[in-house]
Design a protein around this ligand. Sequence first.
Ligand code: ZN
Ligand code: ZN
Length: 375
Amino acid sequence: MGGHGGGTAEVEGSSGLRAVVMDRIGEPVVVREVPDPTPPAGGVVVRVHATGLCRSDWHAWAGHDDVALPHVPGHELAGVVVEVGAGVERWAVGDRVTVPFVCGCGRCEHCRSGNAQVCPQQEQPGFTHWGSFAELVALHAADTNLVAVPEGVSFAAAASLGCRFATAFRALTARARLEAGEWLTVVGTGGVGLSAVMIAKALGARVVAVDRHQVALDAASALGADHVLLATGPTTDGVLPDGLPGSDVPARVHELTGGGSQVAVDAVGSEQTCADSVLSLRRRGRHVQVGLLPPVGGHPRVPMARVIGWELDLLGSHGMAAADYPAMLALIASGALRPQQLIERVVGLDEAAALLPVFDRASPAGMTMIDPLRG
Ligand SMILES: [Zn+2]
Ligand SMILES: [Zn+2]
């Protein structure tokens, strides 16, 4: 797929660049020099100034995705264009850019209609080819996928958008069509859940945040969540009316919101959190599934009797196309949205290599950002 990782770059004569490299699934990762990438036709090479460390990177490290080894992870990035491939019209060396984690082909009916996030030929840096845990990264179909980063937006803030923040933005706006005054339940307040809390408050909605960790709920409160609920796991009898593995979260949400929330998001991705989200809804409410439910976890049982009887909408959300970024960037430039507040810490490549294998056990109250130029 990519020029990078596809063996097209030559070691000899290359200056070399530092990257976090996975040689084997589930084993320690190292920082070492790799060949410079070359821009694919229609693509560019970007010098990475910021790249987020995400649970999806850990999934790839753990073998839940099909990646070719050796591999360089990283899919939430921002930086400066340093080389432009043949046929690129909209971009030049020196441009400040970011990309969605789903990069569309730019040619199919979905890409042409502005929906590159569901492109059947999509590329994902850090999955389908080498990603951004490196000083340089190659990106495909630049005219479709690159987004200009305004001067007033930092690289770190821009990099935080590509996966979790943009996914939350699209889930609440384009998918759920959340309105001012409505109640939103956010199940799971990690990176994507906290993004949802911030965006919902900016839209004038009221928020109930749910998580198993008090530190994550404290972060949600700091972002303006109206109520926080500590999830304590299944109820004592362990079963809800639909026969699902239940918790007391839905009942507590119904109490706080006077009958359930209009919109609910499962930002975790498990049978339990999906059911908690659906069952927290008011009649005719809208559920958005954002947390991944990989086949490795088995197919979740979903309370479909409630979906029918209460006329609930079940919606999926998969990132956000570059074409939809301007509205979100305008809110960031105006200060209405402040993704930089979600960044908990900035580390270099060496520390990132140490953090990746233990990322599933870490519970940071916000995002970890990597600056590859920091060493
Ligand atoms: Zn396409
Ligand atoms: Zn991500």
